[in-house]
Design a binder for this molecule. Structure first.
Ligand code: 13P
Length: 279
């Protein structure tokens, strides 16, 4: 079933969980994410990156993910991730996205607030709005090594939330998109100060490479949504590169290859669901 993302995240936090948001470039990965969420009886978020949404068939993928969510036995949300293009946001919502990350984090605080307000006026009250404060380095679709840069300033949080009306807040606390240069270092004191100032659930991006114990620990600090991409596509790509030739020799066994793909994705999903439980 579809469920508003903020509601599912609030329910997860109350139950001692965080909801994983998995980036889906394709339907096979999404099938695996929903099947594993059903097996574990947990909510799940299917994220679509803006480059995917803006590609030739991206909006149809969003529509297909929404249909998958409607049929699922557990709560599902379909989110357009990191969107800064107003036209794309409107199109993605028309195609079926139930949530948007209105990402004005590259601009000033005032511009960021104004952007989130503008997106709200475009999509209406029913679309769940995530916003981001601070800068998250890295490329969303390509895993190059990154170092954390501009952390979220806790002093800006209350004003940003009051001004923007965001339903969830993505934070920069030492996290990056892609691979970490060296060991990831979560700034717990910054996260604690953000939590104290925040009226909404927090979102941790860049979960790939962060130790499961640290992911679990973030829940006590108000994190209720955790975005993961690099680990998922790394697992799928390495499985496919090992299975392409055997499946070709096995009578061009496409179903077999898709099964390998689903299994690789499922393993990552299962480990993520396990990590996203408060200890
Ligand atoms: P990773 O690719 O580092 O897991 O980050 C995913 C993400 O935050 C998507 O918004």
């Amino acid at each position: 079933m579809l469920k508003p993302m903020n509601q599912m995240v609030a329910e997860a936090i109350a139950a001692g969980h965080a909801v994983p948001a998995f980036t889906c470039y394709d339907f096979t990965t999404a099938l695996a994410m929903v099947a594993e969420a059903e097996a574990q009886q947990r909510a799940v978020i299917l994220n679509v990156a803006p480059k995917t949404a803006g590609s030739a068939s991206g909006l149809r993928l969003i529509t297909a993910l929404r249909a998958l969510g409607e049929q699922a036995s557990i709560p599902v949300a379909v989110q357009l991730d990191h969107a800064s293009d107003e036209q794309l946001i409107v199109r993605a919502v028309r195609a079926g996205a139930t949530a948007v990350l209105a990402d004005g984090s590259a601009g000033t605080l005032e511009a960021n607030i104004a952007f989130v307000q503008q997106v709200r006026s475009l999509v209406g009250p029913d679309i769940v709005m995530e916003a981001e404060l601070g800068a998250l380095p890295g490329n969303e679709d390509k895993a190059f090594e990154q170092m954390a840069s501009q952390l979220t300033d806790p002093a800006q949080v209350a004003g940003f939330l009051a001004g923007s009306g965001a339903d969830l807040l993505a934070v920069a606390i030492g996290n990056v998109h892609g691979r970490y240069k060296g060991e990831p270092k979560i700034h717990w004191e910054v996260l604690e100060a953000i939590q104290a100032a925040s009226t909404v659930p927090l979102v941790l991006h860049g979960a790939s490479g962060i130790a499961p114990a640290d992911l679990s620990r973030t829940i006590a600090y108000g994190v209720g949504k955790v975005n993961l991409n690099t680990e998922l596509r790394t697992a799928v790509l390495s499985t496919l590169s090992g299975q392409l030739e055997p499946r070709r020799e096995d009578g061009q066994n496409m179903l077999g290859l898709l099964g390998d793909w689903e299994r690789a994705a499922t393993e990552v999903a299962a480990a993520t669901f396990t990590a996203l439980v408060a200890k």
